[in-house]
Structure formats: C-alpha cells, structure tokens
Design a protein. Structure first.
Length: 381
C-alpha cells in the first residue's frame, strides 16, 4: 500500500423514503435560500420535484429553481447557475438528478464564490477553490458516483475540452432506489457500465503490489455485473437497482483508490469523445473499453487474468477481455462508434482530433501515445 489520507466527507442516507425521512433535518443547518437544481424535466414527470420542493418549503426554505442542466453539462450552464446563485443570495444548493446535475452544481457552488474564471484558475493556474456554497445531492440516476466525491466533469464548448474539475463533495447524498425506477432501461445499464468502468480503471492503475483496494474493487465489479444481469431479467427489480446505486457510490467515493494509483485512460478517451460529440458517457466507455484493453492486456497479464477469474469466471487475460466484450453485447450496449447515436457524425478526422487532444495517463499498465489512442479509437469504428 502507498501512503494515503482518506476523509469521508459525504453523509449518506440510503433507502426507500430517505428524502421524506431525512431531507428536512439534513438542510436545517443551512440558511433559508435554497437553489433546487435539476435537469431536463424527468423530476417533474416522476413526482420527485414536487416531493422535494414540499419538504424544503415545509422546512421553511425559500426555493429558487435552477433547471435545464443538460447531460454532459457545459461551462456556460455553470456560469448561468453561478449568476443565479449570486443574485438570489443562495445559502445551499440541492442537486436533484444524475451525474450531470450533481457535477454542474459542484462547480456552480465554487464559481458563485469567486469573480475569477474558475476554468482558467484550475486549468491554467492550478489553483483550486477554497470557498464554496454548501451543497447536497439527491440521486435520481446512479452510475457516476458523483454524489460522493469532489470532482466534476464539465464540457468547455469554446475550448472543445471535456475535463475533470475539482470542487467540494456534497455535504450529504440521498440515495433512494425508488427514485431511480423511472430511469429508462438503456440509461440504467449505461450508468451501471460506468460504475464497472470506474472499478476496472482504478484496479488497473500501475501499482506495484496487490493491496486490499484491489480486492474491494473486484468485489464491486462482481456485484455490479451480477446486478446488471439481474436487471436484464427484470428491469423493475428494486433490490438490484439499490445494489447498483451503492456500487456506483463505492466505485467513485475514493475507497477503491486508497493506497494506490489509478489508470482512467479509457475515461480520458471517452471524455474527449464527449467534447466533440453528444454521446452518452457510459455508452462511450462500453465502445472503447474492449479495444483499449486488447491493447494493454499483455502489459498487465496477471491482473487481467485475476479479473477474468473473479468477475467473469474465465482464466486468462485474453479471455477476460473477450468475456467483458461479450457482456457488453449481452447488455445491449453499443459496441461501435456508429451505434452511439451522436448528433455529430463520428469520422476518422474527428477521432484524430479526439486522440490529439486526449489527456495521457502515466500511471496505467502502459503509457500510450496519441497515435496509439487514435488506433484504439479507429478500431471502434
Ligand atoms: O435531464 P433529465 O430530464 O433529468 O433526464 C436525465 C438524463 O436524460 C435522465 N434521468 C435522470 N434521473 C431520471 C432520469 N430519467 C428518468 N427518471 C429518473 N429518475 O437520465 C439522463 C442521463 O442523466 P445524466 O445525469 O446525464 O447521466 P449520468 O448520471 O450518467 O451522468 C453523466 C455525466 O457525469 C459525468 C459524465 O462525464 C457525464 O457528464 N461523470 C461524472 C463523474 C464524477 N463526478 O465523479 C465520474 C464519471 O466518470 C463521469 O465522467
Ligand atoms: Zn465514468
């Protein structure tokens, strides 16, 4: 194990009825002006918005809506939220949604407390926000684990970069599996594949010795695969959705990263693909993962074989990668770029740009070149 400091910043309320039971008390420590942030309207259709708003009003809060946060949230949307938060003197931000809403709110919370341009501050000056508006998250679609970490993935449309920014983690997260029951099948499976990817990308970091975090990561992967299979049999299985909700939080709350370095090269490729297209995050990962792992399997043969044995019941590195690719097909996830239903056509030229602007990870089984990334992406065509 490498040296580590681990702090668990987010209080989690898990289970059916968690908002009714805990939300009023959870927000009681904060001032009266609450920003209620959400996406394109699913929360209005499924009744979550009404339920949450009435709990907040019942707790004496004045609620300001911040709506229309899109999937793959943009930096422009962050600025809109920050201006609104300043204008309304917001004391607390409540993000109600999936990773996109939660990520957007994390950066709104930081941008509202500074006049500096947060993107420039973080990306150019490598300075990170010291003050934020406190926030909480109510998860309505699981997969990213955004509710339990301080990172946020934001698309800067002007610069054509989708990148991770740093902010503060939510003070609390409400995880009610019943709130996810209206998430469409394909989004549920895509989100769960994102969770599997987080655990795999953490596990494949180039740490020189096995450690307890690897064992925990393998357990999270196994549980994610088992529950995805359960959901494919019955998409309304609330137990399976609940297990996946906690797998999602576990995979990105930092616990799997304790004492080790991580890979996350596949995420870098997918994020940059997301900067050029509007593709769904989990689906982009499903397309790229097999091609990436075919490239690096020989550089971490033992680890791939162990993953094969413990997650898919096969015994070699090569079979592990193919078992994962078969699982992706079995789930009905996209397997090629053309199946990503991007509004922007994915051409070799676009993939060249993605490869050339992709962040290179140095702590994975083998450092890739931009040309190799291009080859990997082209194999997904
Ligand atoms: O916008 P609405 O109308 O709410 O619809 C959303 C959206 O269309 C819908 N949805 C959410 N809850 C629902 C629901 N539909 C019906 N019933 C419900 N209860 O689901 C769709 C997808 O939502 P979104 O938040 O975009 O998906 P996801 O949770 O997969 O988040 C993706 C974003 O998170 C980033 C991704 O890059 C992407 O931008 N990530 C954030 C991470 C983090 N902060 O730790 C880590 C990840 O690796 C990831 O990069
Ligand atoms: Zn992800």
């Amino acid at each position: 194990m490498q040296k580590f400091v681990y702090e668990y910043a987010t209080k989690v309320y898990f289970g059916e009825g968690a908002a009714k039971e805990h939300l009023a008390a959870a927000v009681s420590a904060y001032g009266p002006h609450v920003m209620l942030a959400y996406g394109g309207g699913s929360v209005k259709k499924n009744g979550i918005y009404d339920e949450v708003k009435s709990i907040l009003e019942g707790a004496g809060k004045e609620v300001t809506d911040f709506s229309g946060i899109m999937s793959n949230p943009t930096y422009a949307k962050v600025q809109e939220g920050a201006q609104l938060a300043k204008k309304e003197h917001i004391d607390f931000i409540l993000a109600v949604g999936g990773g996109s809403v939660i990520d957007c709110c994390k950066i709104v919370a930081a941008q509202a407390k500074t006049d500096k341009d947060l993107w420039e501050m973080e990306m150019t000056d490598h300075q990170f926000p010291s003050e934020v508006i406190p926030m909480g998250a109510i998860v309505t679609a699981s997969g990213t684990g955004a509710e339990m970490n301080g990172g946020a993935v934001i698309t800067n449309e002007e610069k054509v970069i989708k990148a991770g920014m740093a902010a503060a983690a939510p003070r609390f997260a409400i995880l009610d599996p019943a709130y996810t029951m209206s998430v469409p099948r394909m989004q549920v499976i895509s989100g769960a594949f994102d969770t599997l990817s987080h655990a795999m990308e953490t596990y494949f970091g180039n740490s020189d010795a096995d450690n307890v975090s690897d064992d925990v990561a393998l357990a999270v992967m196994r549980n994610t695969v088992v529950n995805m299979k359960r959901l494919m049999g019955n998409i309304d299985d609330i137990q399976a959705r609940g297990n996946l909700m906690w797998d999602s939080a576990m995979a990105e709350n930092g616990i799997l990263k304790v004492g080790r370095v991580t890979d996350f090269q596949c995420h870098q490729m997918e994020h940059q693909l997301g900067a050029y297209t509007d593709c769904n995050h989990g689906q982009g990962l499903a397309v790229i993962h097999p091609a990436y792992y075919r490239h690096i399997a020989k550089d971490a043969e033992e680890k791939f074989a162990r993953l094969g044995q413990e997650v898919f019941g096969v015994d070699t590195a090569e079979k592990a990668v193919e078992a994962m690719a078969d699982f992706i097909r079995e789930c009905g996830l996209p397997t090629k770029m053309s199946e990503l239903r991007s509004k922007t056509e994915i051409t070799p030229e676009l993939l060249r740009n993605v490869a050339d602007s992709c962040n290179i990870i140095k702590s994975n089984p083998r450092e890739l070149s931009h040309d190799e990334i291009y080859d990997i992406l082209m194999e997904c065509m």
